[in-house]
Design a protein around this ligand. Structure first.
Ligand SMILES: Cc1ncc(C[n+]2csc(CCOP(=O)(O)OP(=O)(O)O)c2C)c(N)n1
Ligand SMILES: [Mg+2]
Length: 771
């Protein structure tokens, strides 16, 4: 109630609360042990309070969006209220001792978004128990005794992610207690619209384990029955902890006393009878009745506790509000002081006084109110040579910088293990090194990695027994065992979740998506969970997951896609690496395995059988991120590209040379980060012509590269011809070699584009070919 009021008074923007679901959360907290993990959603406030991982002040600090990590440790003001998390990393970004944490994974708002990672969180316990090589890692696990507690709303169980995860849990046999808080509704929509037969545990009965078959252990319990709740949560946790059997607890007859959130009123969609029923079945009310009935407390005692609690909550709310305002005070005060002096020094006294008055009379002024005021004040002083103008400029620059830290830090790792800090080590070759299939370079790299570090694991569709569809893991399951290199079901979303969760528990997973086109199935989890994790916790949690996939040209629709703009547009926070061959890819794996960043590596689908040499330092050499490589030097035109297009562009460059055009070909190697030392600009300064080529749709990856070089690096000033992009057709690639040729960029197309550019500046030497 107190929280809701803050929103209605305009002190907070939005509120969502866990009332009506308190009792099962207390029962869950009783079954939870230090070292266990929670992956839940916005209703779990009571559970977090009960664990001691959330104070009342912190609860309100999040409601107000307090940006101080100490005041709001879950997200430092970055997430709406009800998004809980414990800090698993120290200030330097290094792992804390996870075994001594109550480890709540940072929540996301998309319903069921918390589910895929549960697979990996539970899978980690399985590996820590079953692989004796991991038993020394007691910062992360006590031989796999840790249970993962998942929570989800009844309506969100309709999401594919949930159903996919239930199946995966049953297959993997992992220690997960999955609790469903069932209040019969998802916002305004009743259960008839959500769930077959209106009853999720009933329809999941087929997953129930039997004496002879593995599966899940299912429980159903009323959300207001404290004794039953405690018993069932204890029993489920015991089964999961001891036997590593997943359990599911369907908690029914819950209510939502204040309605879904502050954005709407439940009277619009719940009948008076239902509202009446909710009043009577509120779990706290029932709990009180039970306490009195059992003679644990009298009504008077309970009323006293309640009024004391109300006073405690109110005091915490006031303290949090005071601290929130105090955190903004220094910038407000210093801005006021500058305005006072500006009013004295400037000839625009009236305008500045008006601005100051406006800020002074703003109710609960925010940082943005002060910044807006200072920017407008500066505009009034733009023609004046007064000392205070400079101070205003300095104030704006300083606070902009501070706010960048507050609102934009930790998109990637900022620890000493950042991928950008890994030392570059060149590959070395024996003089008589033989050429082998590209896939063997990767195989040697993975072999070295698996033998070096027992926490490295690899999994995905067909990765285990046959060693992936292109055989880069061939023989490695036999050598390192099924726990290290393993097959999974066809379930891209929870393959990524399996990777995220395992990485969040100190393992080093390489999760494979069989083809780049199928990344789409995992996109929600990648963009909502993995990409935002460090950022949304302001460096409080990390998942150094490596995602391996293969793409670009080869076999036709859904097997030759290059949806780079989809990736670039949705995965900031994950590095995107696009090696042109398997040696570069191996170097990237080595770099990433030394770092705590997460990255997607897109190997070239048509490169596994091309010949390469295995470096003699296959396990050590590294390829740095953000460093393009000039793979052919030239003087007339620069072509910027990556991945499988490198070979096409190199062929075009050979053809162009035959007509006297000298092409410089640059492989950007990584799209995120992009050319961190502006090396492409150097090339454009030499050639004065530039083309950006890839296999994405027009306006996709090629346009991104153009923006980086022309706008960000400032290359436009050095151009003698318009910068151009070259891409695939607007549609998906077509099957067959001709389909490939006519829908993706080919060498002749690259030639013509480059030739046209030269023709424009010298039509005599390069006459129009198609006139
Ligand atoms: C993917 C997605 N779709 C829609 C929403 C909007 N939304 C937020 S909560 C909610 C209802 C969830 O109901 P339920 O899972 O039963 O949880 P409850 O709030 O009832 O505890 C919806 C539709 C969302 N956050 N994410
Ligand atoms: Mg619900």
């Amino acid at each position: 109630m107190l929280g809701k009021k803050e929103v209605f008074m305009g002190k907070a923007k939005f509120g969502i609360f866990g009332d009506g679901k308190e009792l099962p959360q207390i029962a869950m907290a009783k079954a939870f042990r230090r070292g266990d993990i929670r992956s839940g959603y916005y209703r779990d406030q009571t559970f977090m309070f009960a664990l001691g991982e959330l104070t009342l002040e912190q609860f309100f600090a999040q409601l107000y969006a307090h940006t101080d990590v100490d005041a709001e440790p879950a997200s430092a003001g970055r997430l709406m209220n009800g998004h809980f998390a414990t800090r698993a990393l120290d200030e330097k970004g290094h792992w804390k001792d996870l075994l001594h944490l109550n480890y709540a994974i940072s929540d996301v708002s998309p319903t069921a978004g918390q589910i895929p990672r549960i697979i990996g969180l539970g899978y980690a316990s399985k590996l820590y128990r079953q692989n004796p090589q991991l038993h020394g890692l007691n910062q992360f696990s006590n031989k796999g005794n840790e249970v993962v507690f998942g929570t989800i709303g009844n309506a969100a169980t309709s999401e594919g992610m949930f159903l996919e995860a239930v199946n995966a849990m049953g297959v993997l046999q992992i220690p997960v207690v999955m609790a469903i808080w069932d209040d019969d509704y998802g916002i305004s929509v009743p259960k008839e619209y959500h769930t077959t037969k209106g009853d999720i545990s009933k329809i999941l009965q087929g997953y129930q384990r039997t004496e002879t078959e593995e599966g899940l252990e299912l429980f159903k319990v009323k959300g207001w029955d404290y004794v039953a709740l405690c018993k069932i949560f204890r029993e489920a946790a015991n089964i999961s902890r001891k036997l590593h059997v997943p359990t599911l607890i369907h908690v029914t007859e819950l209510t939502q006393q204040q309605g879904h959130s502050t954005s709407g009123s439940q009277e619009r969609y719940k009948s008076p009878e239902r509202l009446q029923w909710e009043q009577e079945h509120d779990c706290l009310l029932k709990f009180k009745e039970w306490l009195i009935e059992e003679d644990f407390a009298s009504a008077t005692e309970l009323n006293e506790i309640e009024s004391e609690s109300r006073a405690t909550a109110k005091a915490a709310k006031n303290a949090a509000w005071k601290a929130f305002n105090a955190s903004m005070r220094p910038d407000f005060d210093s801005a006021m002081a500058i305005l006072d002096t500006a009013i004295l020094q400037s000839s625009h006294k009236n305008e500045l006084s008006d601005l100051k008055k406006e800020l002074e009379t703003t109710l609960n002024p925010l940082r943005s109110d002060v910044t807006k005021c200072m920017i407008k004040a500066l505009r009034h002083m733009r023609n004046e040579r007064i000392a205070i103008r400079k101070e205003a400029v300095a104030w704006i620059k300083r606070t902009n910088n501070d706010n960048k830290g507050r609102y934009s830090s930790h998109l990637y790792s900022e620890s000493s293990f950042s991928a950008l800090k890994v030392k570059a080590i060149k590959p070395r070759y024996k003089s008589d090194e033989k050429l082998v299939d590209g896939r063997q370079v990767l195989q040697a790299c993975f072999d070295a990695a698996l033998s070096r570090d027992p926490s490295i694991i690899a999994f995905g569709e067909d990765v285990g027994l046959i060693g992936d569809v292109n055989r880069a893991f061939a023989g490695l399951q036999v050598k390192y065992g099924e726990l290290r290199v393993t097959d999974t079901g066809i379930r891209e979303c929870t393959i990524i979740g399996q990777g995220i969760g395992a990485a969040m528990r100190g393992l080093r997973p390489i999760a494979e998506i069989q083809y780049l086109d199928y990344l789409v199935y995992a996109l929600a989890t990648l963009t909502d969970d993995l990409a935002t994790l460090q950022y949304r916790t302001r460096g409080g949690q990390k998942a150094p997951l490596i995602i391996r996939t293969r793409g670009h040209r080869l076999e036709g629709m859904w097997h030759a896609g290059s949806p780079i703009s989809m990736i670039l547009g949705s995965m900031r926070g994950i590095y995107i690496l696009v090696p042109r061959n398997m040696t570069q890819a191996a170097g990237f794996y080595n770099t990433l395995l030394q770092s705590d960043d997460t990255a997607l590596i897109i190997e070239c689908l048509n490169g596994y059988r091309l010949k390469e040499k295995i470096p003699s330092n296959i396990g050590e050499f590294t390829v740095p991120l953000g460093m393009p490589e000039v793979i052919r030097e030239g003087t007339d035109i620069t072509v910027v590209t990556y991945g499988s297009m490198c070979r096409i562009v190199m062929e075009a460059a050979r053809q162009l040379q035959q007509v006297g055009i000298s092409t410089e070909v640059i492989d950007v190697q990584t799209l995120l980060p992009f050319d961190i030392s502006n090396s492409i600009l150097g090339s454009v300064k030499k050639t004065h012509r530039v083309m950006f080529a890839d296999e994405d749709v027009p306006g996709g990856g090629s346009a991104y590269m153009m923006q980086q070089v022309i706008e960000k690096q400032g290359a436009y000033a050095y151009l003698d011809a318009e910068p151009i992009t070259l891409s695939s057709n607007d549609h998906r690639p077509v099957y067959g070699s001709d389909g490939d040729y006519f829908t993706k960029p080919n060498a002749e197309f690259v030639f013509d584009k480059a030739y046209d550019l030269m023709s424009e500046s010298d039509p005599i030497a390069f006459p129009d070919l198609y006139r």
